[in-house]
Structures are given as C-alpha cells and as structure tokens.
Ligand binder design. Structure first.
Ligand code: SF4
Length: 373
C-alpha cells in the first residue's frame, strides 16, 4: 500500500493545463491520480477502460502538437526500470556510454523544445503518466536490492522532463522518501525547470536552497547547438553557471552535441518553421543519428572544456554518446570501455560524498533557453 501524498504546496503552481484528462480504470485509486485531480478540478475528466478516444492526427507533426494537449493516466504495462537506450547503440560505432539506468514514469513532455527527439518518437496523441506506483516501487526496490554495487545511477528524464509536471503528479514526494532506504542509489531528476519546491518541502526545516537541502547537483550541457558565433553565448553561459553553482557542489557534468534521428528534420521544419536548427550541416553516424561533423563536435567540446576548466580541474566531466577518438582529442585521454566511463562518474560521486557541503541559491539554478534556434 502506497501512502497518499499530502497536497502539493500552493506555491508550486500548475505547470500545465491539459484540455482533457483520461483516467485508465486501473489507476483510479493511485495517489498520482488523486494529486492530478486535486490540481485540475476544472479540467474535463473521464474514466476509461481502453486507450483515450483521441482522433488520430494525419501526420507525426500534427500528432506531436495534439499530444501536448491531453493527459492520460494509466498503468505502466512494461518495465519501469531499463538501461538507457544509449547503451544499446554503443557497440555499433564504438560509442562510450555511462551505464545509466532509466525509470519510465512519464512518456512525452509538456515542454516543447525545438530539438526534442521525442517529436519523432512519441506515437500516441496524448501525454502519458504511469500512475501504478505500487508496481513502480516493487520493481525499483527489487532492482536496487539485487544490484548492490557501490552506486546505481538512475534517472527519470529520458522520455520527459523529470520535474516539469511534478507539482501535478507528486512523483518526487513519493520517490524521495522511498529511495532513502537505498544507500546505493543516485537518483537523478533531470530538468530544465525550477520546479523543485516539492523536493525542498521534503526537508522538515523547509529549506530554500537545493544544496543545503542535501541534494546533489549534476550539470548536462546537452545538446550543444552550433551556429555562427555560438562561442559568444556559451562562454558567458559557462561563467554564469559557475558564478551561481560552486564547482565543488557539482557531482558530475556531461556534454553532448545535437543528435537526432533523420525523421526529426521534417517534423521540426513543420512545427517550428522559423527555426534555423535543421539548416546546419549534419551527417548520419553509424547509429543512424544525425550529428555535426566530427571536427566541429570536437572543437565545440574542447572549447567548452577549456571554459569549464577555468572554474574546476576536477569536473567528473564526461561525453555522452561519443567515441574514444573524440574523448582522446578533447581530454587527452580516453576510457578503455564503457565500464571505465561508469567508473569515472562513480568515482566523482563517491568522492563528493565526503566533500564539504556548500550552499547554492535555488533562484540561481534557472537558465532561459535561447529562442528560435
Ligand atoms: S524538456 Fe526535454 S523532454 Fe521536454 S521537450 Fe525539452 S528536450 Fe524534450
């Protein structure tokens, strides 16, 4: 039995208002369902036994636009816990992966980033929240108990933003207390939002600072976007990040460049006709994904690394889905295999567990994305 969550703090606000909420009868009694309904009292709601009767859009671009307007609460019928999809493509082109695990809580995102690969991936005209929390805890608990290595890195931000719907779903208020019983887990809420109030409320003293509340910070400079003069934006951006977040408080960082399946190009052009993003020179890699040319990616990573190194030598920095060759050129060394990458990140984390705690103002952790890229 999962304990119902107490209502979210009124200051959390409502991040998104769907036009309709469909509720699978299987999750009518879920605490997630209760939290969603408590926050959307005036949105039309219906309990159903099959998939939502949403008309099938004519093409993928239309499907994606439609999918941002309707919410479907249902049960995860597959596995909640899986290896990050990056791991399955690494062998095809010697890409190194970091051994990350993902947990699928939400499928699709209420945000709408131009470059988001979900636009070519999502195949349902609604946003799906998996609300069968008891099964989630059963599966997570079993996984963590049977993987007792020093550290399991797992996150919920693969098929959605981890926190952009958190005031509605209440997942963080369910997960954090549950995960506290597992000393071997590092759970990552990967977000572009500043919706951390519920996380902070979990601290009995009502802290107003993320680091002081005991949460660790990871930074992901991903995807790096190329355009003429990109350096003039990114260099001060790196400075802004480290003016805000003391480098000693960052457990690890990653960099990745724009990459997407070829089908995304036409969808982005249809949905964001003013965007210049898809006019860059991009080539298919061995995994079929489009990327900037290797020399350009290498140059971008090397510049970012040099700017980051002004603030910290010990970064726990790694590259996402790149080859040994690029690691070597950027860092002057390369992990022998993906397990080495994992060890590199785990080493940074385990070291940080004994580091002194410093304080980061929460308000400083929000960064505005550039418009119309
Ligand atoms: S926040 Fe992430 S998942 Fe959401 S639209 Fe942007 S890139 Fe996609």
């Amino acid at each position: 039995m999962v304990t119902p969550i107490s209502p979210a703090s009124p200051s959390s606000g409502i991040p998104w208002r769907p036009r309709q909420v469909w509720i699978d009868r299987q999750v009518v009694d879920s605490p997630v369902t209760a939290n969603v309904l408590a926050h959307l009292p005036d949105v039309p709601t219906a309990v159903i036994d099959g998939p939502p009767p949403v008309p099938a859009p004519t093409n993928q671009a239309a499907l994606m636009t439609s999918a941002k307007k309707t919410l479907y609460l249902t049960a995860q019928k597959g596995h909640f816990v899986r290896a990050c999809p990056g791991a399955s493509s690494r062998n095809s082109q010697s890409q190194l992966c970091c051994g990350y695990m993902i947990v699928d809580l939400i499928y699709n995102c209420n945000y709408d980033c131009t470059y988001c690969y979900l636009q070519s991936y999502v195949n349902a005209p609604y946003l799906t929240v998996y609300a069968n929390v008891e099964q989630l805890f059963d599966e997570l608990g079993t996984f963590l108990r049977t993987h007792p290595q020093p550290l399991v890195r797992i996150g919920s931000g693969e098929f959605s933003d981890s926190l952009s719907l958190d005031p509605l779903t209440g997942f963080s208020r369910l997960l954090v207390p549950f995960l506290r019983q597992f000393p071997n887990v590092l759970f990552e809420f990967k977000t572009k939002s500043d919706l951390v109030d519920d996380l902070l409320d979990l601290e009995p003293d009502g802290k107003v600072m993320v680091r002081a509340a005991g949460y660790k910070i990871g930074l992901h400079f991903d995807p790096l976007l190329y355009y003429p003069g990109w350096e003039a934006d990114y260099e001060p951006f790196v400075a802004q990040v480290f003016d805000t977040v003391p480098p000693g408080d960052v457990t690890y960082m990653s960099m990745g460049s724009l990459r997407f399946p070829p089908a995304l190009k036409d969808i982005v052009r249809a949905r964001f006709p003013k965007s210049r993003l898809m006019y860059a020179e991009l080539v298919p890699g061995a995994d079929g994904k489009m990327r900037y040319f290797k020399p350009l990616r290498t140059e971008m990573y090397a510049k970012m690394f040099s700017w980051i190194r002004r603030y910290t030598a010990d970064t726990g920095l790694y590259l996402c889905m790149e080859s040994q060759e690029i690691w070597q050129k950027v860092f002057g060394h390369a992990p022998a295999c993906s397990a080495d990458v994992e060890q590199h990140i785990q080493g940074a984390e385990l070291q940080s567990r004994s580091a002194a705690t410093q304080v980061v103002p929460l308000s400083s952790l929000t960064f505005s994305p550039r418009a119309a890229l």
